[in-house]
Ligand binder design. Structure first.
Ligand code: HEM
Length: 142
């Protein structure tokens, strides 16, 4: 059975002679891969410091073979009850950063819709005004 590590335990392996990272609730010992990783070793050290590498790993859009390589470095599961950081992945496909509330964008688009509706309502009057004007014979030429 896979060993379970506490969040603190994983955090202790945060240097280049001993570097563990967390990706989607799983713990990986990437010490031996530090100098061979095509993306450089620094990203692992940063990830080890930040405690969770899920978002970084996903954002790169790693290849299938990179995803398969994860198995090589797998050492166990993270005890999710011990997580003390808000930026740690919950083991699903997303991390748990405090999300900003939805922007007030909707208010803006609502105002635009109202404006468009008013313009459409006014359009027949505008057309009639110009059409009527254009049909009027010029003064004194009749
Ligand atoms: C055990 C975990 C990881 C493995 C096995 C791994 C493996 C790989 C492999 C095989 C590549 C070559 C490109 C590809 O096949 O996708 C790569 C590239 C890269 N990786 Fe990772 N990676 C890991 C974790 C991470 C993390 C945590 C980050 C960032 C937070 C990262 C950032 C990058 C970057 C920036 C590249 C270079 C992409 C490019 O130059 O196009 N990797 N990785």
């Amino acid at each position: 059975m896979a060993k379970t590590y506490t969040f603190e335990e994983v955090g202790n392996h945060n240097h280049k002679e001993d570097c563990w990272i967390i990706i989607h609730g799983k713990v990986y010992d990437v010490t031996s891969f530090l100098y061979d990783h095509p993306g450089g070793g620094d990203v692992f050290l940063v990830a080890a410091d930040e405690k969770d590498a899920s978002v970084g790993f996903d954002e790169v859009g790693h290849s299938e073979s990179a995803i398969e390589m994860l198995e090589t470095y797998y050492v166990g599961e993270l005890d999710t009850d011990t997580i003390t950081s808000t930026t740690v992945s919950d083991g699903e496909n997303h991390a748990l950063p405090p999300h900003a509330p939805a922007a007030t964008k909707t208010n803006h688009s609502f105002a635009v819709k109202i404006l468009v509706a008013l313009l459409m309502l006014a359009l027949p009057f505008v057309v009639q005004y110009y059409y009527g004007k254009g049909n009027d014979p010029p003064n004194g030429e009749n």
